[in-house]
Structures are given as C-alpha cells and as structure tokens.
Ligand binder design. Structure first.
Ligand code: PLP
Length: 452
C-alpha cells in the first residue's frame, strides 16, 4: 500500500469530508524547504497558507532548526506544575517585553500562562476572566454576577467547547449549541452599528459581563473580514469605561501577519488578555501562551487555603522544545529585520490584488498585511447558464465548492492554498519573496478564471 492509501484508510483529517477526500488524489508531504512543501514524488508547492497560518520564516529555517536540536540535547520536556524550566522562563520574559503597549491600556501585560494551541490559549483567557470576577466578588458580592461573555458575529476562536461557545460561525458551531454556554453575540464588526450595539449592551448589562473577546483587526476564519480603522480602539475604551475585560485573540493575527508584530499595536491597544499560538513557534511546534496583566494575576494570589489558584494546566504546558523554538523565532524577527521587510511585500500584494478585484468572478478582495481573502462571486459563476443547471463542473450551486475547485487548480500549478468556503485565502510565510508574491497572485488569478 502507498502512503496515500494508508492515509485514506487510517487518518481522519480535520475540517475534511473524508468521503470526498478519499475520492481525490492527495498530497503526502515528506519535506519542506524555505517557502515550499515537497511531496513524495519530489514535486514542490509554494506554501500559500503557511501550513494553516503557522509558518513564518519558511520551513527548515537554519536558526530555528539549530535551536531545536540544541534544546533536544538538553531535555525535551519536564512539567511546569510546581517546577520551572529555562526556555519557558526566558520566553515569558521575552513575550512580556514585546507585548503590545499603547495609550489605550488599563495595565500592561506582565504574566504568561502556557498551553498547547490556539483553542486552549482562548480557554485559558475565558476561564481566568470568569474566575477573576468570582475571586473579586469575595469582597464585592455585586461582582459575582459578572459571568457572561460578548463575542462577535463570524468570530472564530477555536474548536474546544469554551472557544466554540464564543464562536459564531453557523456552519462550524451550530450543531454544538446545546453543549455550550450562552454568550452575547454582537453584530459583525464591519456593521456600522456594531459598537453602538456593544455600548447599549454594556450600559444595561455590564454588571453581568465578564469579558469581551475579539480577533483584532481581522476575523480570519470568518473569511478574512477586516475591521474598520479605530474599531479596536473604541472597543477598548468601552470595555475600560464599563469594566469589561478585553480578550484579544491574536492566534491568527499575531507575529507579523498584519504588518506589525501584533495587530493590537496598530490601534495602540493593550488588551487584558492576549492569546497567542500558531506563529508563536514559527510553525514548528504546538505551543500557546495567554498573557495577562498584574491586576488580574494578583487576584489569584492568596494563602493556600483560600484556594485562589488557577486550577488549569496541560501535560505539555511550558514544553522546553516549543519554548526554545519560540525564542529562536523571535530572534529571527530581530536578526533578519522581518517586520522592516514587510511593507514592500504588502504593497506588492495590494497592487496585484487590485487587478484581481476587477474580475467579474471576484466579489471582494480583503487584505490586512499578509492576510488576504478573495471572495468569489458565486452568483456570477452561474451567469448565462440555464437556471438550476449549475456550472461547468456539472453540480448544483451548493455543491460546486468553487473555492475548493480553485485551490485544486492552483495546486496543479504548484501552489498550495486552502479556502474558507468560497473565500480564497492567501496567507504565505512572511519570508515570501516579491517574485513569489507575483507568482502566487498569477496562479490564483488563472485558477479563478479557469474555474468560474
Ligand atoms: C483567531 C483564532 N483563534 C483560535 C484558533 C484556534 O487555534 P488552534 O487551531 O491552534 O486550536 C484559530 C485557528 O485558526 C484562530 O484563527
């Protein structure tokens, strides 16, 4: 049996209809090199979605490889429950030093709680925010009611049940609704009335709200939905004014994707929680961090018998390999002036995407830094064809999966991308070159025109 056969027999892939997957020919990646993935036959694919938004500096980056090898010669893992380890200490210090600062701030981010992935980074923030008010309520009983969360329409914060509770993407989340805690769903941030809605809610019910969670600047999994300028700032102000904690989920936007190290910086916002994962290890290992303020941390301090400690932790919390790699990742940002090199890349995308946006097959192009969503004009794909007949793929509209078809067409040209429904996502490693940007845009353009 080939690896591809074995994969189809044994592996259940995430977010994948396995029946369809089993009927298609699939890639088995055996190596990576810079911005490319390499399959069993030696074919190379530009990693146009950074291996699901994680890779930053390319695959097998020498400095990060060396840090990993160096660490593995010392120790791979020891627990963080009650004892410490060097890479997790050094990384926590580093993360606090690079965390967003700015005028829109309650208190700075000063403490780091580690976990394994974006969903757990969010779970940790939700649980700490909830418990913070419960702990403070021991001396101010009116705070006991602060139990609810606010999140936004089309938000995505991960797949564990707490993260799903604050998620609002119908297709992913609806089936689990009976298992979830209720949240206030604010309108999508692009709705001009969104912040007024939030303010009215806070005016009436802030006494019952623990925190508001947002993906700053871009709702990524919702389809790369870019927020209007000033939105985050105003949200921070409202949260401060009405004593609602602000959780910034930078799992997707963090580590340079939006053009700055963190998206919050662009609005000079310091949240009460900053959730990090994905790019934290530059696409090498599963590691996450939830940063929070001294004020929140201190609410959990007390004598043992007061049971104020945070009863939460994962087996691999503070894993040395992950932390060593994350430190090396931040060193690469410095050594290679990664952020300074982004503006021309962002500009090149802007220029090339302007052409794509003119296509009748494209409804809208959205871009924030190196996060790009190209929404297909699905209606136009059927134009000129007899009603009910579907397009040239020969399937009815809901089954055409045009985004998927476009990505398969790009793959045939040596570009690996993955859509969000009928939004084509481009989120390449920050190390992508100007020539590769041109090629990525050209292949995407041709694939769209070829399929629609
Ligand atoms: C904003 C955001 N939060 C959380 C998550 C969940 O991260 P993970 O898949 O590592 O659990 C994601 C994943 O795409 C995300 O985009």
């Amino acid at each position: 049996m080939t690896l591809e056969d074995l994969d189809k027999r044994y592996v259940w892939h995430p977010f994948t209809q396995m029946k369809e997957y089993a009927s298609e020919s699939n890639l088995v990646i055996v190596r990576g090199e810079g911005n490319y993935l390499i399959d069993e036959e030696g074919r190379r694919y530009l990693d146009g979605v950074s291996s699901l938004w994680v890779n930053l500096h390319g695959h097998r980056h020498p400095h990060i490889d060396a840090a990993l090898k160096d660490q593995i010669d010392k120790i791979a893992h020891s627990t963080l429950l009650g004892i410490a380890n060097e890479p997790s200490i050094r990384l926590a210090e580093k993360l606090v030093s690079v965390a967003p600062v700015g005028a829109y701030c309650n208190t700075p981010l000063q403490h780091v709680f580690y976990s394994d992935n974006g969903s757990t980074a969010v779970e940790v923030a939700l649980k700490i925010a909830f418990e913070y008010w419960q702990l403070r309520a021991r001396h101010a009983p009116n705070l006991l009611k602060k139990k609810k969360f606010v999140s936004f329409c089309e938000a995505y914060h991960g797949d564990t049940l707490g993260a799903v509770s604050v998620g609002h993407i119908e297709l992913f989340h609806e089936v689990y609704r009976p298992l979830l805690f209720a949240t206030h769903q604010a309108p999508i941030p692009t709705d001009p009335g969104c912040l007024d809605w939030v303010e009215q809610l806070f005016q009436k019910q802030a006494g019952e709200i623990a925190a508001c969670i947002i993906e700053p600047l871009v709702q990524a999994a919702g389809g790369m939905i870019v927020q209007p300028k000033g939105f985050l700032k105003r949200l921070r102000e409202l949260c401060t004014r009405y004593q609602v904690l602000l959780i910034a989920d930078e799992v997707a936007t963090g580590f340079g994707r939006t053009g700055t190290l963190f998206a919050c910086e662009q609005e000079e916002v310091v949240p009460d929680f900053l959730c990090l994962a994905k790019g934290l290890t530059a696409g090498y290992l599963p590691l996450a961090a939830t940063l929070t303020t001294a004020e929140i941390y201190q609410a959990f301090l007390g004598d043992y018998g007061e049971f104020r400690h945070f009863f939460h932790g994962h087996s691999y919390t503070g894993n040395q390999l992950g932390c060593a790699v994350a430190l090396a990742n931040l060193e690469v940002f410095n050594r290679e002036h990664v952020l300074e090199k982004l503006p021309p890349k962002i500009a090149r995308f802007q220029e090339l995407l302007a052409g794509l946006a003119q296509l009748p097959q494209v409804k809208e192009v959205r871009q924030q830094g190196l996060m790009i969503g190209i929404e297909l004009n699905v209606g136009a794909a059927l134009c000129g064809r007899p009603a009910g007949e579907g397009n040239h793929i020969g399937l009815p509209l809901q089954e055409q999966r045009l985004g998927h078809q476009v990505c398969l067409a790009a793959r045939a040209q040596g570009v690996f991308i993955r859509p969000l429904g009928n939004v084509i996502v481009l989120m390449p490693p920050l190390s992508i070159t100007l020539d590769e940007i041109a090629w990525l845009c050209r292949v995407t353009h041709e694939a769209i025109v070829g399929i629609l």
